[in-house]
Unconditional design. Structure first.
Lengths: 75, 479
């Protein structure tokens, strides 16, 4: 039993095609990859907006905004 | 692989393209160092991550659709003789068995044929990766121009547009032995003056129009201020690394070995060729690469009066201007064309900056866009009548074809798509960071709490020293 098409390397290699596991399920992996990629963009757009919103909320008091301007940090 | 010479040719070609990949990786290292050095201290981590993360995002999208675009679009679509998409793209669709580990044997799925597998199995991955590194470069060129005020989310969508869509379309059209621009226009761009540099420069300009200048870049009377790099040494090393990576870039633009009979020549030997399958040699491009670099640096030093940043950048502009014809130019021609391109890039940068208030933080539009455009036009005159292809029925290289090609690269596939996407992002409030964040610096959140964490670690170290008897316990006996 093998997850790949290969059960032995004692063969004529010119007869060997794909050697990755689960040959025949490429479309499924492609769809999973697409979801992963698009999911990243959706998550990152929200994450970046939230980060800026949090930073600006912290700087609402003028004294903290001036401190951030001088030190480039929120502490 | 059915004869010794066939096997050697395949394995040599596989190794040849593989070597270009780590070399071209240095271009990206260089771009990152350059951008971080050119940004101000308060923005450097954001600048680094903005460019770094285009690596995975362009890579996965180039796997999903970029590689397929290159093989599917040589006809236009519908521009050349009414033909549409090319359907013979079995090696390039993301669900193809050839887009993975494969030894070239008979198909195990319906995605390929036996002939596809024999031809592509050992070449597909390295050829894909060499093209992918061009994709990173194209997107990274845009990255430098927009530092210190663009949202990462917006930039990464633009990077996918340029790196995995538009530049690949232009490559299918004009950087493919069977591309419609080569056939109809006689378009010639051996080392990518247009297909990488002009398009990326045009895209950067399209984004900059919507993005606007950095706060403080222009005085109230409209004259520009110089925003100095926070680390000029990092800028210098970055540009040197880009020069280094360019060796891989040039070599990857060639086909390393092909039988004369396969390109219609009458001899029985082998030759290296450009991507158009027109013969050239590595020696030819080494001569011309170094002389065009030299011409650009010398002219850059003169025109900028010894400014280090512009001397280095004009070296790049020199290479980029001569690249379209560096497969056949004489080295002295390459040098003088490089010098001319450097002057054009430098003068155009400051003219556009003053006239249109465009804040291109690293001169990317000039060095890549204007120099690339000029290089295509110059090539049309220098190589007027030279065959664009080894095959019959192709237009010869000519000035009008090159000018049309330059307009397609810079404006049609460079400026317009990026301008449209940037405009959409702007209308959604997703293009530019909030003014407050820009003023305090994009790294403001990265530093938040850092002082407190550093103090806590120091306290923990002091406690550890006391526990080990290396420091006396504090008076009173309590820790």
């Amino acid at each position: 039993m093998s997850t790949t098409e290969i059960t032995s390397w004692a063969v004529d290699l010119s007869t060997v095609g794909p050697i990755y596991p689960f040959v025949g399920t490429e479309m499924l992996w492609f769809v999973l990859g697409l979801v992963f990629w698009i999911g990243f963009h959706i998550w990152q757009i929200r994450f970046e907006k939230q980060t800026y919103d949090d930073d600006m909320a912290h700087m609402k008091r003028p004294v903290l905004f001036v401190r951030a301007l001088k030190q480039n940090r929120l502490d | 692989m059915d004869s010794d010479i066939g096997a050697l040719t395949v394995i040599f070609t596989e190794f040849y393209y593989w070597v270009t990949i780590p070399l071209m990786f240095l271009i990206h290292v260089g771009f990152c160092m350059y951008e971080v050095g050119a940004s101000r201290h308060k923005n450097m981590m954001h600048t680094l991550m903005k460019n770094t993360m285009l690596i995975p995002l362009v890579t996965v999208t180039f796997f999903f659709f970029g590689w397929w675009i290159y093989f599917a679009f040589p006809n236009g679509p519908f521009i050349f003789e009414g033909k549409g998409l090319v359907e013979a793209t079995a090696n390039a669709v993301p669900w193809s068995e050839l887009m993975g580990a494969h030894l070239g044997g008979p198909p195990a799925t319906e995605s390929t044929t036996a002939d596809d597998n024999v031809f592509w199995a050992r070449i597909n991955g390295v050829f894909w990766a060499a093209f992918l590194l061009f994709s990173w470069t194209a997107a990274s060129i845009v990255s430098g121009a927009v530092i210190e005020r663009i949202r990462s989310a917006a930039f990464w969508l633009i990077a996918v547009l340029v790196g995995s869509c538009t530049w690949v379309i232009d490559a299918a059209w004009g950087w493919h032995w069977d591309g419609w621009m080569v056939k109809l226009l006689g378009y010639h761009d051996a080392y990518a003056s247009g297909v990488i540099h002009a398009i990326a420069g045009g895209a950067a300009l399209g984004v900059l129009v919507h993005l606007g200048p950095r706060i403080g870049k222009f005085r109230k009377d409209g004259t520009p201020r110089n925003i100095a790099p926070h680390n000029p040494w990092l800028v210098t090393i970055g540009l040197f690394l880009i020069y280094t990576g360019f060796w891989g870039f040039y070599v990857a633009c060639n086909v390393p070995i092909i039988a004369e009979a396969d390109i219609g020549a009458t001899g029985v030997g082998f030759t290296a060729t450009t991507i158009y399958l027109t013969p050239t040699t590595l020696s030819a491009i080494v001569f011309n690469f170094l002389l065009s670099l030299s011409g650009g640096m010398i002219a850059g030093y003169m025109v900028s009066r010894g400014d280090a940043f512009w001397t280095y950048s004009c070296g790049l502009a020199g290479i980029i201007t001569a690249s379209a014809g560096n497969d056949v130019y004489h080295p002295m021609q390459a040098m003088l064309i490089g010098a001319a391109g450097a002057v054009i890039a430098y003068k155009m940068h400051f003219w556009v900056e003053r006239t249109f208030k465009i804040d291109d933080a690293v001169g990317a539009v000039a060095v890549h866009g204007y120099a690339g455009f000029a290089g295509l036009v110059i090539c049309g005159f220098m190589l007027w009548g030279h065959p664009s292809s080894p095959f019959e029925g192709y237009a010869a290289i000519n000035p009008l074809g090159q000018l049309i090609g330059a307009v397609i690269m810079f404006f049609v596939l460079g400026f317009i798509p990026a301008w449209v996407l940037a405009g959409m992002l702007k209308s959604l409030g997703m293009l530019r960071i909030p003014h407050q964040i820009e003023l305090v610096g994009l790294d403001v959140a990265d530093y938040h709490g850092r002082d407190a964490e550093e103090l806590e670690v120091i306290e923990a170290e002091i406690q550890e020293a006391r526990d080990r008897g290396l420091l006396p316990k504090p008076a009173g006996g309590s820790d």
